[in-house]
Every structure is written in structure tokens, then in C-alpha cells.
Ligand binder design. Structure first.
Ligand SMILES: *[C@@H]1O[C@H](CO)[C@@H](O)[C@H](O)[C@H]1NC(C)=O
Ligand SMILES: *[C@@H]1O[C@H](CO)[C@@H](O)[C@H](O)[C@H]1NC(C)=O
Length: 509
């Protein structure tokens, strides 16, 4: 069903202002009864340190039943409880910790549909993406179970007779995890599963606008910990806004701070952590490009670009925002894309068949509009979209713009909305250089059949990003590989490969 608009939106259209009556209404409506299966109520507490609390404000005054935030005192208490819990957790052998993580993965499996649905409802991403995100948490749990039996350091040749030289990896202690609204489950999962098998305890602060998802996930994890007679504070939660984020960044007791979010907020966090010589893992913004050469399989290009630019309504850090087309195929691809964009079903993210849901907030809609205006001022032409959709909720038209210079200010800016800037190029040198000329360095893709070009793209003078794709789109990542990016993307690596080393400190014997 390819159509625009239509369909009663789940929550986002109801959400103009939260009132007590409204939240009562929602959770008591039969179609939302499943929220209770996730342990959610009309009013939810957003702090967990072995017991539930949360005396702060309601995190999201405009929504479903939201959760309360932590006060700074509660944050402090939670850190104390988490540190106490570490005393117990660090003594548990790594494979046994892996067994707990296996149980967490299994518990998530049982709730995968419900959690995915909650994510759709709260974040606005389409249902398959919501469920897919929970699947990533499940998968990284499996991955971490295996890791719990194989991580370790080498025995090195000592230069001194009769001596041994070894490396041992020990947990850092307390890992603070600050996640963003757009991936409220997977990013926590990547950090949580690895941090746990390494012997760390976790303290999570999710985005205020997705606090219910954080609460529901924490309830599932807590049940596993408590079922094994372990302290719940091993996986603590303090919902909250910037005040809790600041407290975590400045806090010497937070041994590693893993932050996912915008480059501008990430920079503030990074400076605070660096000030105390703390450890950090940063996953910040991207400004990802797809390069299409004249020899590419053009049938692959349209669906790939569409998926990368419109998926999650352009609110992925790996969303394709720049499309560089060889001049010989430019007009053909632009026409094909405009046609494909016109068929995208925009609407209720919880309805199957919808490909593009709303933006997350009203502010995002404003940013979308001002980016389109700025792009026009800088010489851009709207080929498709460019407008806000006249219906309840934060819906905008996925947008294609052409005619901009590769280095115009708006093209170098990450706008978290579905806007694609299409730019013509003449040569490989030019296209590679344009890929690399932005401040961000997260994901990149080339479409070509030329093997020499592919290896140049992957090599030292090719893409400078952390994720370098060939003949597949920029978005989407496999948990088995290290995920993250260079330059203003922050340099962190999460998930697979040897990312576990971030969560440990190395000692040389
Ligand atoms: C955290 O732990 C303390 C000490 O056990 C307890 O008094 C407090 O209620 C807990 N806070 C929350 C928000 O659960
Ligand atoms: C945290 O709480 C402890 C115990 O209540 C107190 O001694 C300490 O001063 C508090 N620290 C901060 C930063 O609030």
C-alpha cells in the first residue's frame, strides 16, 4: 500500500499536551493494554538502583504515560548503589557473567514485538525498525556470551631471563551510558552487553523523550538480575535531561562515559570528561555520502538511496544526506529517485506498510523547514518534497534537492531530517575528496563495478569514514563489526570486533 497520509496515527498525533485525563485514557484503551505487559502504568518511575524511584519531574510532559526523572540526589544515590554492586559483579567469573547476559537476551526475545511496538509508539520509527532494534540487543547479547569465554591478553616474550611478560584486561568499573532518542534500545544494548561481560556495572540515561522505552528495557534486565539474586544496581537507570547528563560527565566515579548524540552536545560532554581525564566513547553526528559512478549497477542505486535517505525519516546517524552522481547518469537517477519518493507510504509508524513515520519533535520539523529554506538561498532546487505535511503529528515530505555546490554550508551540515542533496561530479578524485571534506566521518558508500576503484575507496586515500561500504547503502550496521566514525563523529567504536577493549583497562605484568 503506497500512499501518503491516512491512518489514525498511534500516539504522536494525540500528543499535543499531556493531561492526566489523556494518559489515563491511553493506557486504559484496549489497543494499548499491551503496555501493561511491559510493566508500564499510567505513571512510571524513571529511576532504578535495585528499587524503583524517581522524584523528579515527568520526563516527557507531552506523550503517553511517561516516566519521572531522577533528581540529582537520586542520581548520586544510584551511583553509590552501582559502585556497591560492582564489588559483587567484578568477582563473578566472566563466563558466568556471560550466562547472565544470555538470560537477558532470552528475556528480550520474549518481549521483542512488544518492545519494538513501544519504540514505534514513543520514537516514531516504523514497526519493523523498532523490532529490528530490539533484535540488535538480542544479537549483541549472543555475541557477548561468546566473548565472555575468549577475551584476554597475550603472553609476550620477556627480554629478561626467567621472567614472564603478560597483558591482563580488567573492567573499568562503572560505565555511564547516555543514549539518543533515535536508537533507544540498540545503542544501550551494544554498550550494556559488552560492558557486563567485561565485568562492569552500567548506569543508563536515555533520552527524556524515550524514557518509557528505557524503563521497559530496564524492567526486563532487572528481572533477570533479581532472578539470579544479583543486585539490580548492576544495570541502573536514571532518566533525566541535561542536568543528569552533566552530572555524569563531571563525575569522577563514572569510569567510562559512552555518549551517543549530536556533535554539539557530544563536544560539551567530551570537554567535561576530558577535564577530569576520564574515559569516553563518543558516537556523534554523521554527514554520509553515497557516490555513484557511471559503471554502477543502476538498478541497485534507487532502492539503496531511498532506504538510506528516507529510512527512520532521515533520523539515523548513518542516514545518506549527500548523493554524488557522475554527471553522465545524474539526470536519469534524479528522475528515478523522484518517482520512487512519490511512492513512499508516509503515515502511522505502527501500521504495517508505512515506510516513513513522523519526525520525533516539533523542533525537528522547524529544523527541516529552515534547512530547506537555507538550501534554496544557497542555490538549491527542490526536486521532490520540501514541505510539512498537513496532518496531525510531525510529518514532513522526504525531500530531494539538486543544484547546490558540494561545499555549500547547508550541505556540510547534518540536519536530522529526510533531506537529500544531490550533486554532480566529473572524476573519482573529485568525488572522493568531496566525501571526505566534511567535518563528520561516520558512514560512506560507493556504487561501482570497477575493482581498482573499490580498493582505492577502501585504501588510505579513499573514504576517511569509520564505516566504508561498497554497493550497499550508508545506513545499517552489523553488530559483528566495530561501529563508529572519525573526526567530529567522535572516534568511538562500539559493538563487534575488539570494541570490548573500550570497556576494560589494560595492565602489563
Ligand atoms: C536508591 O537506593 C537508595 C538506598 O538503598 C534508596 O534509599 C533509594 O530509594 C533508591 N533510589 C531510587 C530512586 O530508587
Ligand atoms: C552523595 O551522597 C553521599 C551520601 O548521601 C554524600 O555523602 C555525598 O556528598 C553526595 N555527593 C554528591 C556529589 O552529592
Amino acid at each position: 500500500r503506497w500512499r501518503a497520509g491516512g491512518g489514525a496515527c498511534c500516539i504522536l498525533s494525540f500528543c499535543s499536551r499531556r493531561t492526566a485525563a489523556m494518559s489515563t485514557l491511553l493506557i486504559q484503551q484496549p489497543q494499548y493494554a499491551w503496555l501493561k505487559e511491559l510493566g508500564l502504568k499510567e505513571d512510571n518511575e524513571g529511576v532504578y538502583n535495585g528499587t524503583w524511584g524517581g522524584k523528579g519531574e515527568v520526563c516527557l510532559p507531552c506523550s503517553l504515560p511517561s516516566a519521572t526523572c531522577a533528581t540529582l540526589e537520586e542520581y548520586n544515590e544510584t551511583v553509590i548503589k552501582a559502585k556497591e554492586a560492582w564489588q559483587i559483579w567484578a568477582d563473578i567469573p566472566a563466563p558466568k557473567r556471560g550466562e547472565i547476559v544470555r538470560q537477558i537476551g532470552d528475556a528480550l526475545r520474549k518481549k521483542i514485538k512488544l518492545l519494538g511496538h513501544l519504540e514505534s509508539l514513543e520514537m516514531g520509527k516504523i514497526l519493523v525498525e523498532g523490532v529490528g532494534e530490539v533484535q540488535e540487543y538480542v544479537d549483541i547479547c549472543d555475541y557477548a556470551v561468546g566473548l565472555s569465554r575468549i577475551i584476554g591478553g597475550p603472553i609476550l616474550p620477556s627480554e629478561r631471563p626467567g621472567h614472564a611478560l603478560l597483558e591482563q584486561w580488567n573492567p573499568v568499573g562503572l560505565v555511564g551510558i547516555i543514549t539518543a532518542f533515535n536508537f533507544p534500545v540498540a545503542v544501550y544494548g551494544w554498550n550494556n552487553a559488552l560492558a557486563l561481560i567485561c565485568g562492569n556495572v552500567c548506569l543508563w540515561k536515555g533520552a527524556p523523550t524515550t524514557s518509557l522505552t528505557s524503563v521497559a528495557v530496564t524492567k526486563i534486565v532487572a528481572q533477570v538480575l533479581e532472578g539470579n539474586s544479583l543486585p539490580g544496581a548492576i544495570c541502573s537507570l536514571t532518566c533525566g535531561g541535561a542536568d543528569i547528563g552533566n552530572a555524569m560527565a563531571k563525575d569522577e566515579r563514572v569510569d567510562l562515559l559512552s555518549f551517543t548524540g549530536s556533535t554539539s552536545v557530544g563536544k560539551q560532554v567530551a570537554l567535561k570528561v576530558q577535564e577530569r581525564f576520564g574515559r569516553q566513547l563518543l558516537e556523534l553526528g554523521g554527514n554520509n555520502a553515497i557516490l555513484v559512478f557511471e559503471d554502477a549497477d543502476l538498478n541497485l542505486v534507487t532502492p539503496s538511496v531511498l532506504f538510506a535517505a528516507v529510512g527512520t525519516a532521515g533520523q539515523r546517524c548513518t542516514t545518506a544526506r549527500r548523493l554524488f552522481l557522475h554527471e553522465s547518469i545524474h539526470d536519469e537517477i534524479v528522475a528515478k529517485l523522484a518517482k520512487a519518493y512519490a511512492q513512499v507510504c508516509i503515515g502511522d509508524p505502527c501500521e504495517s506498510g508505512t515506510l516513513c513515520g513522523p519526525l520525533h519533535t516539533k523542533q525537528a520539523v522547524e529544523m527541516f523547514l529552515s534547512a530547506v529554506e537555507q538550501a534554496k538561498c544557497e542555490g538549491g532546487t527542490v526536486v521532490y518534497g520540501g514541505k510539512v505535511i498537513d496532518r496531525a503529528g510531525n510529518f514532513v515530505e522526504p525531500t530531494i534537492m539538486t543544484g547546490l555546490a558540494h561545499d555549500s554550508p547547508i550541505v556540510h551540515k547534518e540536519t536530522f531530517a529526510p533531506i537529500l542533496y544531490i550533486i554532480k561530479f566529473k572524476s573519482e578524485e573529485e568525488a572522493f575528496a568531496w566525501n571526505n571534506e566534511v567535518k563528520q566521518g561516520l558512514s560512506s558508500s560507493v556504487f561501482t563495478k570497477d575493482l581498482g576503484r573499490i580498493f582505492r575507496w577502501l585504501g588510505p586515500k579513499g573514504s576517511d569514514c569509520g564505516v566504508v561500504n561498497v554497493n550497499i547503502p550508508t545506513s545499517g550496521a552489523e553488530i559483528g563489526g566495530a561501529f563508529g566514525g572519525e573526526k567530529h563523529t567522535g572516534g568511538g567504536r562500539e559493538s563487534g570486533s575488539d570494541s570490548w577493549k573500550h570497556y576494560m583497562r589494560r595492565s602489563t605484568w
